[in-house]
Design a protein around this ligand. Structure first.
Ligand SMILES: [Zn+2]
Length: 363
């Protein structure tokens, strides 16, 4: 039944006490004051009260950090994809973040260091680093070790983490590792990850090569778990124009975004000079290089402006690509953020990530 504004609310149709009326009226007024929801967040992110209080304390300190950047006139970035291997002191990461206007980093540890390592590291910089679980990148994940999934689920349900991953489905050999593997998205392991994401509202990062033949297994999961917020990493990349024909165009991405409201993308980190050796493909297809410096192609710029709530930024820096951090961030600023509508740039730089990690729109 739909409620008409000119009728009394349904609860006024029968006698209630004055106290009940006041409580309900306050709740009703509260609803009217809520900001309009942009994509409806899929889950309540509800944990026991003491856990919610601890999460809120952290969110308050993150919010203060973002506001301090804004008050200095600097557009803050939230880096959602940092593969932290504990190979250098954390202070070096903080120095890089400061240099590049990165306010917050979702600190994703590898399988070997484990979930708790992110908690330990983030405690050292509780206003800058965001607890994140491991990704699926190691022998236990790829060996389909289900005890890893049980540990992951228990840790996510504890409420101590704000994001998960990046989990590898199909993964080609990359510049810094030789994992040529495929963990199917409908495997029991991935079902466990999607399930806990849907249950808790904690977003997950996904790595999946966008071959046409590999899309159905992801689409099946996006449909089966509509409450799981999925950040598919590295959009704007095409590693094989022969087999990647459907997704990696702006039109293909647009169709996925329209079809799957729970899907987000992080924007590819590599520049136009980057070649994927097995195919020779220039993989970062979203840029043009007219005068030598990369610039977003018009059709991608249009896509980001239209679906401005659905893209985030991740450095994808790991110990092997550590030295590339400054370049990645300055490219995001110069080639992407600076050519977008200002409101879109703010969403992609930090507001969308904020919404995913907090469950609240940035205000
Ligand atoms: Zn990846």
């Amino acid at each position: 039944m739909t409620h008409q504004w000119n009728e009394p609310p349904p609860f006024m149709n029968f006698p209630i006490s004055r106290r009940t009326f006041l409580i309900r009226a306050a709740a009703f007024a509260g609803c009217l004051l809520l900001p309009p929801l942009r994509p409806v967040l899929s889950s309540p992110k509800s944990f026991p009260p003491e856990v919610m209080a601890a999460r809120q304390a952290l969110l308050n300190s993150y919010q203060n950090t973002l506001k301090s950047f804004l008050s200095r006139g600097q557009l803050p970035i939230i880096d959602v994809e940092q593969h932290w291997g504990r190979k250098v002191p954390l202070a070096e990461l903080l120095a890089k973040m400061d240099r590049n206007g990165v306010a917050l980093t979702w600190l994703g540890p590898n399988e070997r260091n484990g979930n708790v390592s992110s908690l330990e590291d983030c405690r050292q910089f509780p206003d800058r680093l965001v607890p994140t679980t491991i990704g699926g990148d190691g022998p236990r994940w790829h060996g389909k070790d289900l005890s890893l999934i049980q540990e992951l689920q228990a840790d996510v349900r504890s409420g101590a983490y704000f994001s998960m991953g990046e989990f590898e489905a199909r993964h080609y050999i990359s510049s810094t590792n030789n994992r040529n593997i495929h963990m199917p998205l409908d495997s029991e392991s991935f079902q466990g990850v999607f399930q806990v994401a849907a249950e808790t509202g904690i977003p997950l990062l996904l790595h999946h090569e966008a071959e046409d033949a590999l899309l159905p297994e992801l689409e099946k999961m996006l449909s089966r778990y509509p409450k799981a917020d999925v950040i598919w990493c590295h959009v704007g990349r095409n590693r094989d124009p022969k087999t990647w024909t459907r997704l990696p165009t702006p039109e293909g991405v647009r169709q996925f975004l329209k079809k799957y409201p729970n899907l987000y993308f992080d924007i590819v980190q590599s520049g136009p000079g980057s070649v994927f050796p097995p195919t020779g493909a220039h993989e970062a297809i979203l840029y043009e290089t007219g005068n030598g410096s990369p610039r977003l192609k018009e059709e991608w710029r249009h896509l980001f402006n239209v679906f401005s709530d659905r893209f985030v930024l991740g450095s994808d820096v790991n110990p092997g690509r550590w030295e590339g951090y400054d370049k990645v961030m300055s490219r995001f600023r110069a080639a992407v953020l600076s050519v977008l509508a200002p409101a879109t740039a703010e969403k992609i730089a930090f507001q969308n990530a904020w919404r995913l990690m907090s469950g609240e729109n940035w205000t």
